[in-house]
Design a protein around this ligand. Structure first.
Ligand code: AMP
Length: 194
C-alpha cells in the first residue's frame, strides 16, 4: 500500500516519472492532465468545460477537478495505492484529498517533488511544443502555466513540507538519469512500507 503524490512544475517530466514510479511500486499512475485531455479528445461535457482552461494555461476550477478525482480515486484499482500526477495543485484540493484519506483511516506516504530550474523548464517546454503540438505549450501559455504554478502550487508544497512528507528529487539532466533517482526513492519507500 503506497499512496504518493508526484509534484513539479510544468516541464519537469512529471508524467514520465510518475509512470516509472508507479510501475516500480505496482500501483496505477493517475494523471489529472491526462484525464482532462482524454475528455477533450472525446468531446465529453467535462472536456468541453475543461478545454478553455487547458488552452489558456489556467487551472480547471477546483469544483470540477475535485469531482473528477473523487470518482477516479473511488475505482477499485486505486484502493491499494496510487501515484497522483498533477493533483493536488491548490490548497482546496489538498483539503479534498485529506478528506478522502480521512474516510479510509490512512494518509499519504510521501510527496515526491521534481526540482528543475526555471531556465531549463522554459527550454524543455518550448522544445516539447515543437514535438507534440500540445495547444498549451506556446510561449505565452508556458509562461502563464509557470506563473500559475508559482502562485497556486508552491503553497501546496509548503503545506506538505511542514507535514514532513516532501522528498525532493533533482529533475535536471536526461530522462534516464532522473528515472534512476526516482527508482531509488521508490525502492526506499518499498523498504519502509514492508
Ligand atoms: P498537466 O498535464 O499536469 O500539465 O495538466 C495540463 C492542464 O490540465 C493544466 O494546465 C490544467 O489546465 C489542467 N489540470 C491538470 N491537473 C489539474 C488540477 N489538479 N487542477 C486544476 N487543473 C488541472
Amino acid at each position: 500500500m503506497t499512496f504518493l503524490v508526484l509534484m513539479g512544475p510544468p516541464g519537469a517530466g512529471k508524467s514520465t516519472q510518475a509512470k516509472v514510479l508507479a510501475e516500480r511500486l505496482g500501483v496505477p499512475a493517475i494523471s489529472t492532465g491526462d484525464i482532462f485531455r482524454a475528455h477533450v479528445a472525446e468531446g465529453t461535457e467535462l472536456g468541453r468545460e475543461a478545454q478553455r482552461y487547458l488552452d489558456a494555461g489556467e487551472y480547471v476550477p477546483d469544483e470540477v477537478t475535485n469531482a473528477m478525482v473523487r470518482e477516479r480515486l473511488g475505482a477499485d484499482d486505486a484502493q491499494s495505492g496510487f501515484v497522483l500526477d498533477g493533483y493536488p495543485r491548490t490548497l482546496e484540493q489538498v483539503a479534498v484529498l485529506d478528506g478522502l484519506f480521512a474516510e479510509v483511516d490512512g494518509g499519504l506516504d510521501a510527496v515526491v517533488v521534481l526540482e528543475v530550474d526555471l531556465d531549463e523548464l522554459v527550454q524543455r517546454l518550448l522544445h516539447r511544443a515543437e514535438l507534440e503540438h500540445r495547444t498549451d505549450d506556446t510561449e505565452d501559455v508556458v509562461r502563464r502555466r509557470l506563473q500559475v504554478y508559482a502562485e497556486q502550487t508552491d503553497p501546496v508544497i509548503e503545506v506538505y513540507r511542514e507535514r514532513g512528507l516532501v522528498i525532493p528529487v533533482d529533475g535536471t539532466g536526461g530522462v534516464s538519469e532522473v528515472s534512476r533517482r526516482i527508482l531509488q526513492v521508490a525502492d526506499a519507500l518499498l523498504r519502509r512500507n514492508r
